[in-house]
Design a protein around this ligand. Structure first.
Ligand SMILES: *[C@@H]1O[C@H](CO)[C@@H](O)[C@H](O)[C@H]1NC(C)=O
Ligand SMILES: *[C@@H]1O[C@H](CO)[C@@H](O)[C@H](O)[C@H]1NC(C)=O
Ligand SMILES: *[C@@H]1O[C@H](CO)[C@@H](O)[C@H](O)[C@H]1NC(C)=O
Ligand SMILES: *[C@@H]1O[C@H](CO)[C@@H](O)[C@H](O)[C@H]1NC(C)=O
Ligand SMILES: *[C@H]1O[C@H](CO)[C@@H](O)[C@H](O)C1NC(C)=O
Length: 272
């Protein structure tokens, strides 16, 4: 239709003129469409509760990942995105699980960009995570980053690096345990990203798992630091190879038992 074409021409001329670009021919519809798509893009703030539901944004994917759901005698988890500002996302998840052993769900935000670089080629993994949690009664859960590496680009996971910002009656994977039945660290009082951490090491049958937990058991409700420092510690001190590829970088909550709502006001993972 002649009318709509001329409107498009005016629109594209207006939008492109400030960039100093030549206005495309009236029939060059493609030149307009990407601009229009950006203008109408809205964050999907719907509530998702399906076992494997996901929501994709510009830089991240929200995964429900209720992988141990069938082990629970009852329960469910839901999640939604609440805000997006540049690389910073707001999101929340509510969950309730009872019965069974093991983790029921790991609702998480997964970084989409700059993955599959070798550790030697990564200069930083800057992250902010501001959150609060409300729960009723005693819960078993953590709030943690979870990053995976492989010896090949996009290959199957070999190592898993966890940074626990909170531990509610849970425990890290470990080869060694004390006489009190608690996992024992392989290194203590490691200063990284403004906090002091103990490191645990073990296998969960699939991956060799390094877990950093705060040395004093404190909760970190406002993390702002470079996760690459944790990798540098492991490559310098624990023999993790710098040729490993970072395949996955995510942060979320492993929920085993109880009822809680985790609200993250700002979450970002930026790999460079
Ligand atoms: C989580 O919140 C949603 C929205 O308020 C609600 O529909 C759902 O039942 C809640 N789920 C759980 C497990 O608390
Ligand atoms: C929970 O369920 C998963 C998936 O069905 C299974 O692989 C796992 O062994 C179960 N874990 C426990 C602790 O029962
Ligand atoms: C995160 O919380 C800290 C401490 O309250 C605050 O200084 C910072 O501005 C917050 N960051 C974002 C991105 O909201
Ligand atoms: C870690 O630091 C704490 C507090 O300074 C100290 O009590 C503890 O002995 C240290 N642990 C080790 C294994 O060095
Ligand atoms: C160990 O094994 C899984 C593969 O089945 C991983 O996907 C999972 O995240 C895992 N991690 C921990 C900490 O148990």
């Amino acid at each position: 239709m002649q009318f709509s074409l001329s409107i498009r021409f005016v629109l594209s001329a207006l939008l492109l003129a400030p960039l100093g670009l030549a206005a495309p021919a009236a029939t060059d519809d493609l030149a307009v469409r990407p601009v229009g798509d950006v203008l109408v893009k809205r964050l999907d703030t719907g509530t998702y509760c399906g076992q494997w539901d996901s929501v994709t944004t510009t830089y991240y994917i929200l995964y429900l990942d209720q992988w141990g759901k069938d082990n629970a005698s009852s329960g469910s988890a839901c999640a939604s995105l609440t805000s997006e500002s540049g690389t910073s996302l707001g999101w929340k998840t509510n969950w309730t699980w009872s019965g069974g052993s093991g983790v029921k769900s790991y609702t998480n935000i997964n970084a989409k960009t700059n993955l599959n670089k070798q550790l030697s080629a990564i200069s930083s993994i800057k992250s902010t995570w501001n959150w609060s949690q409300s729960s009723s009664g005693s819960i078993v859960a953590n709030i943690a980053y979870d990053l995976f590496t492989s010896s090949t680009s996009g290959g199957s996971n070999e190592y898993e690096i966890m940074i626990w910002l909170a531990n509610y009656n849970a425990g890290p994977i470990s080869y060694t345990y004390g006489s009190d039945g608690k996992p024992t660290p392989v290194a203590s009082n490691i200063s990284l990203a403004g906090k002091t951490w103990n490191l645990y090491y073990g296998s969960n049958g699939s991956n060799l798992v390094y877990s950093f937990l705060t040395s004093d058991g404190s909760t970190v409700t406002s993390f702002n630091g470079d996760i690459n420092l944790f990798f540098k510690y492991l490559t310098s001190n624990r023999g993790l190879s710098t040729s490993q590829y970072l395949t996955t970088a995510q942060g979320g909550t492993e929920a085993t038992e109880g009822t809680a709502t985790l609200t993250s006001s700002a979450f970002s993972i930026v790999i460079t």
